[in-house]
Each structure stands twice: as C-alpha cells, then as structure tokens.
Design a binder for this molecule. Structure first.
Ligand code: MRU
Length: 340
C-alpha cells in the first residue's frame, strides 16, 4: 500500500517466503505446536499448504489469505496454477480473506510464478501495513490503566503484521501506555490460551488468561473497559462472523454497558453477503470438542455440535475499526462508504 509504513516488532515471522519464484517455498510457524514449541512448517507443494490451513497450522483470516496467495505460487511452479487456486479455496469456508486473496491472484491473468510471487508479496506487505494502520486508528480505545477483553487470536499469529484486535494493544504498549488484557481461552481449540496469551506475554504486555465462561463475572467486577475482537467475514450490513463465542461477548458487553469493537482490514468485508445469515459457518470435527489436545474429555461417542464461528449482529457492535478509518455506527451505508 503506497505511503504506508510497517512496524517491525522483532517477532518471528508467522509467514515467510523462502527462496526465489522458480523453486522457493512457504514457511509457516506451526501454530498447532504453540506454546510448547516454536516450530516451522515448510510447505513445498500445494497439498501441504491446503493441510496447513485446514488443520490450523496457519489460521486467522488475514494469515490464511496470505498463505493461500503463496500457495498459488507453488501451484504455478508445478504448472497447475488454476487447479491449485481452486483447491486452496476449499480449505476453509468462513474467512473471506482466503477467497479475496485467491481472486486477486487469479485476477492477474497469468500463471507466471515470478509475477504471482510479486503479487503474493504485495498482499503480504499490505496486510502488515493494514495492521499498523488499524493500530493507529484503534489506539484510543486502550485507556491508561484500562482493561481490554479479547477472544481467540486476532494477533500477530493471525496476520502478517501486529494483528487486528491486538494492533491497538501493541501500538499503545509501544507508546508506553499501561493496561491489562484479559484473553478468553477460546474452546475448543484454545487459540486464546495457546496463541494470544503467548504472543502478548512475549511482547511484555500484561495479559491474564480466563476461561470463556468467566467473561460475565469479569465484566461485572469492573475489570473490562472495552472488548476488541477480530473478524473472519463482515457482511455488508455490518454483521460480523468471528470465532465461536464472540457473539456471547457482544451480548454480555451490551448488558454491562461496555463498548464492543471489531478490528478488521477491508479485505475481511464481503459486500456480496447481505447479512450474517448468508455467511457460511465452518463445522469442524467432533473430536475437537470431545478431547483437549488429544486427551479425552467426554464419552468418545457423545454427539457434538462444533461450529467454528458465530455471527455478531451489527446492532451489538459499537464500531468496526479498519485500516481506512472507523465505521460508527455500524450500518450498511457506513460499510459501503468505507469499503466501497
Ligand atoms: O479458527 P481460527 O483460529 O482461524 O479463527 C480465527 C478468528 O476467529 C480470528 O478472530 C479472525 O480470523 C481474525 S484474525 C485477525
């Protein structure tokens, strides 16, 4: 994005292209191993990129989009750009950044790996710049001495930069502001516990882990001034899909008179989606709920319902913070005005 600068916080790169266009490959932090181990996954073929997205080795809407863009380059190296792009689009259904990035790669109208790599690198760099801009636009939400609640991981691990929901936290922290972050653990896959708590702790930000069912009490105790989460897809009326449990927080926040914000880049908006009811919600395996990190938690054959995302209606969202500015109040006109 011309004129935008990005911040290097000396974190390990969530996503990296290694080598040249002809024979290079995609390197990802394997997020299934965190926080126990910081390990990298080298994806040399399209199948391994698809599986990395599917099993959440790389996850978070913007990071999925950037990874798929690089996956398209790997497909082009093998002479299968078109089929590879279509295949990558089947990895996960909800985060619109996946389809946005693949459409952008296809829109170049070439299968030349060198040109595709340039575009993937541009998507990567723009995502980092969008995170920085979200940080600047949302920093005012973090008050000196205040408490912030977040859900899942919309952090550096979910993007190519400083995250979306975490962007104002990193920006305020860099500016010397003191505040506390409460991170929901985020069952079933514990992105809040494993990833958000890890990355904020690494950055020296004061983070406290809570179980998902503690949010109401923590709000009533006056510990939370603001809730900020990311989004996987935002419909044109402002309804926002994000990790299952986000809707709970928005309802609780309204009850307690606490503002609830979504932080997301414009690549997360889907203007073709009239409302949240039109957003496809990923259903995942029962084993994710029946077990925790491989350990049984329930009878093996118990019936399970495991939607990975829920939709927060626009009327519960105080504002949506994008890299271009703030959508407040959240209405279809305001979304169209900001996103196009
Ligand atoms: O299933 P996940 O871990 O990919 O879900 C991620 C989220 O719900 C994030 O909040 C969202 O993608 C925004 S990431 C900036």
């Amino acid at each position: 994005m011309p004129g935008m600068t990005t911040t290097n916080h000396n974190r390990p790169a969530t996503i990296e292209w290694v080598g040249d266009a002809a024979s290079g490959h995609l390197r990802l932090i394997d997020q299934t191993k965190l926080p126990g181990a910081l390990e990298y996954l080298d994806c040399q073929d399209v199948g391994s990129v698809w599986h990395a997205i599917k099993r959440l080795s790389v996850r978070g809407a913007p990071a999925i989009g950037v990874s798929a863009a690089y996956g398209c380059v790997i497909g082009a190296q093998a002479g299968t750009f078109g089929e590879s792009a279509d295949y990558l689009a089947t990895s996960r259904p909800t985060a619109v950044n996946l389809f946005w990035a693949i459409d952008r790669m296809k829109g170049l109208g070439t299968a030349d790996p060198a040109r595709l790599l340039d575009e993937a690198k541009a998507i990567h760099a723009e995502d980092a710049a969008m995170c920085d801009a979200i940080g600047r636009n949302a920093m005012r939400l973090i008050k000196e001495g205040g408490g912030v609640l977040t859900h899942c991981n919309a952090g550096a691990l979910a993007t190519a930069g400083i995250g979306t929901a975490t962007a104002p936290m990193y920006t305020a922290h860099d500016a010397g502001r003191k505040f506390r972050v409460y991170a929901d653990e985020t069952r079933p896959l514990l992105q809040g516990a494993r990833l958000t708590a890890w990355e904020l702790q690494q950055a020296g930000i004061d983070v406290t882990l809570i179980c998902d069912n503690m949010a109401a009490s923590v709000m009533r105790e006056g510990k939370i001034d603001v809730v900020i989460t990311g989004a996987d897809r935002i419909a044109r009326n402002g309804d926002a899909a994000n990790k299952i449990g986000t809707y709970n927080l928005a309802v609780l926040a309204r009850h307690h008179g606490i503002p609830f914000y979504i932080a997301a880049p414009t690549s997360t908006f889907d203007l073709a989606c009239p409302s949240g009811a039109d957003i496809p919600i990923e259903q995942r395996e029962p084993a994710e709920v029946q077990t925790a990190m491989g350990h049984p938690l329930a009878p093996a054959d118990v019936k399970v319902y495991n939607p990975a995302f829920d939709v927060t209606p626009a009327e519960l969202i105080t504002a949506i913070i994008t890299e271009k500015g703030v959508i407040e109040p959240v209405t279809e006109d305001a979304v169209r005005g900001m996103v196009g």
